[in-house]
Design a protein around this ligand. Structure first.
Ligand SMILES: [Zn+2]
Length: 446
């Protein structure tokens, strides 16, 4: 092996790190406990953690079992924002001197105030090893040409391209560029893999077709990684994008305050694997804070186990997920998410039933008389929330729109237990997303 070649497994090897990825869960939990103890000891360097732990009656020595995590207070995005205002510029959850920090990402979220996420060099290297592990599990290999078409400026998803370089793929730092230029890059350099959002993958495929480029035969794309929206884990959406591109679609999940990607689909595509030696996952009832059972929906709460610059301990993500710890068909033992159903804030309560846009998406995308685009309009009638689902019929559909609306209503009723209004619109009536799609219009808030 050349002295200058990065370490990586042989191209045919199924795992990036076999011992860690297939570790029996009991052993994995023991490893988590060791790492968690180290993280809590480190957290005492932070004025914020030290004060809140003391208030909760926790000391590093009182922490003996993984279950003791329950005694620690939660933090969330608003904690990060407030502490940053109190102790600028990075907030007082940081645990190392700023001289030890080498990289900073920042994300604004929905409020527009960016929160900082600093990394030490060790954090950065651990992170890229994590990304390489995820890419490898999705089948990215040294023979691939990978285009990272995400934005780079302060965005934590940008440096994830280095994970793909560690895998050995030829990496193009595409960035967020107009679709015509991106298509040109995909064609010119025979790109085989790329990363984008599900909405954009769909849009880009249709844009290619409109320009006379057949994504299946004129391009070499065989793998698409998506994140940022629930679509990649909704089989109906995934299959339609896969059919458009003639490629495999892998859903990834990222959290701007941790890593660009924190979980990703392996080639079995039955959920998104976490690296539990990096991140401890809890799924809790958002109201009571109690753990929910496997398969049930709850809020994702995460604790970082290796990050040194600013560990996150019991960070409430606001994302509603469900999970399994069953060993995957790929042999990996780490916990898998069944995708992200939506944000706590996106949850609609219609006729007393909790509904996420992703629930409706499943129905819309399985109906081939519809383009797949949809919008949910929530209004109020006699103090009750009313949902109108706007969908588009495909070009060339010339049967009864009324019957089509009835079909969609019945399908939603069958799955969700309530009947919304369904409006079938002409093709191209709804706005196409180039990044994240906005699916809900709540007229009650206007
Ligand atoms: Zn797997």
């Amino acid at each position: 092996m050349s002295k200058h070649r990065l370490w990586r497994p042989a191209g045919y090897a199924p795992y990036w790190n076999e011992e860690l990825e297939t570790m029996p869960r009991e052993k994995l939990k023991a490893l988590q406990l060791k790492l968690l103890k180290e993280t809590i000891a480190l957290a005492y360097n932070s004025p914020y953690y030290r004060a809140t732990f003391a208030a909760a009656g926790i000391s590093p020595d009182s922490f003996k079992r993984l279950e003791d995590l329950k005694n620690l207070p939660f933090i969330n995005k608003s904690t990060l924002r407030k502490r940053q205002e109190t102790s600028p510029p990075y907030g007082d959850l940081t645990c190392v001197p700023s001289d030890d920090m080498v990289y900073l990402s920042a994300s604004s979220g929905s409020t527009g105030v960016p929160t900082a996420s600093p990394f030490t060099w060790q954090d950065f290297e651990e992170w890229q090893d994590y990304e390489a592990r995820l890419f490898w599990s999705s089948g990215l290999r040294p023979s691939d040409v990978y285009c990272h078409s995400l934005q780079f400026t302060m965005f934590v998803g940008g440096p994830d391209v280095i994970g793909a370089m560690k895998v050995g793929a030829m990496c193009l730092w595409g960035g967020a560029i107009p679709s015509e230029r991106l298509l040109d890059i995909l064609q010119k350099w025979r790109v085989t893999a790329m990363w984008t959002t599900p909405s954009y993958a769909w849009y880009l495929g249709e844009t290619a077709q409109a320009q006379g480029i057949d994504p299946m035969t004129d391009l070499a794309i065989r793998k698409i990684f998506v994140a940022g929206e629930p679509g990649g884990s909704i089989p109906e959406t995934r299959q339609r994008i896969e059919a458009l591109w003639g490629a495999e679609l892998y859903d990834y999940y990222g959290l701007s305050d941790i890593f660009g990607a924190c979980a990703g689909m392996c080639e079995a595509k039955e959920g998104l694997h976490w690296a539990e030696d990096h991140i401890l996952v809890e799924v809790l009832d958002p109201d009571s804070g109690e753990e929910v059972s496997e398969g049930e929906r709850g809020e994702l709460v995460i604790t970082s186990l290796k990050k040194r610059a600013r560990p996150l301990i019991r960070f409430r993500t606001g994302d509603i997920v469900s999970y399994t710890t069953e060993r995957c068909g790929c042999g990996r033992t780490h916990l898998r998410l069944h995708g992200v159903h939506g944000r706590v804030d996106d949850m609609l309560i219609i006729s007393g039933i909790n509904v996420f846009p992703s629930d409706i998406e499943k129905v819309v995308r399985q109906n081939h008389h519809l383009t797949g685009e949809y919008r949910l309009v929530v209004s109020e009638h006699k103090h009750l929330a009313q949902l109108t689902v706007e969908v588009e019929r495909v070009e060339g559909f010339n049967s009864s729109a009324e019957q089509l609306a009835e079909r969609v209503t019945v399908d939603i009723y069958r799955i969700l237990g309530f009947k919304p209004q369904v409006a079938v619109l002409p093709p191209n009536s709804l706005e196409r997303a180039t990044h994240k799609a906005k699916r809900v219009v709540d007229l009650r808030k206007q």
